[in-house]
Design a protein around this ligand. Structure first.
Ligand code: PNS
Length: 161
C-alpha cells in the first residue's frame, strides 16, 4: 500500500501550539505530514527561514512521520514535487474561512488533482495566531502555554526582554 502523505504549508512565524495540534491531528489520518515552511522574499518575517525551520525541527524532535521542509513559488507545484496531492490547513473561526476558501479554490484552479483538507483547530487554540502571539509578546505579554517553551524564549530574545 502506498504511503498517504499530506503537505501542511504555512509561514509559521512563529509556530504555535495551534500548528502543533493540526500536525498531530493530521497524523491520525495520514501516514506522513510534510510541514512546508514558506520562504517568501516579498515578506519580511520576524523569524528568518532558518530560524523558523530550526525551531520547528527542535520542537518536533523525536516525533515520527513528520518532515520539515521549506518551499517557494506555487504551493501546488511543491505538492506535486513531493509526489502527493493533499494540502492540510487548520481552520479556526469564520474569519479564516474566506481566505482559506479563496486559497483552496485558486489552488484547485491551478491544479485539479490537488485536494485541500481542513482540520478544525482545538477550542484551546481557537483565538491564537502567529500574528496575535507576536503582538502580545512584542508588548511584553505572557504568551506561555500558547507556544512551545522554545518559541517563548526566542520571542523574548527577539523583543529584547
Ligand atoms: O501561514 P499562512 O501565512 O496562512 O500560509 C499561507 C500559505 C503559505 C499557505 C500561502 O501563502 C501559500 O500557499 N503561498 C504560496 C504561493 C501560492 O501558491 N499562491 C497561490 C495560491 S493562493
Amino acid at each position: 500500500m502506498t504511503e498517504k502523505v499530506a503537505i501542511y504549508p504555512g509561514t509559521f512565524d512563529p509556530l504555535t501550539n495551534g500548528h502543533l495540534s493540526i500536525i498531530s491531528r493530521a497524523l491520525k489520518i495520514f501516514d506522513k505530514v510534510i510541514v512546508a515552511i514558506l520562504n517568501n522574499p516579498q515578506k519580511v518575517p520576524l523569524f528568518s527561514l532558518d530560524e523558523r525551520m530550526s525551531m520547528m525541527q527542535e520542537v518536533i524532535k523525536g516525533k515520527q512521520n513528520i518532515e520539515i521542509d521549506s518551499f517557494d513559488g506555487l504551493l501546488v507545484d511543491y505538492v506535486v514535487k513531493k509526489k502527493t496531492n493533499v494540502i492540510v490547513r487548520g481552520i479556526r473561526a469564520l474569519s479564516d474561512f474566506e481566505f482559506e476558501f479563496q486559497m483552496a479554490l485558486m489552488n484547485r484552479k491551478l491544479n485539479r488533482d490537488v485536494q485541500s483538507i481542513f482540520l478544525m483547530t482545538d477550542y484551546k487554540w481557537f483565538y491564537i495566531s502567529s500574528t496575535i502571539i507576536k503582538e502580545a509578546a512584542g508588548l511584553g505579554g505572557d504568551i506561555s502555554g500558547l507556544v512551545p517553551p522554545l518559541v517563548c524564549r526566542k520571542l523574548k530574545e527577539k523583543y529584547g526582554y
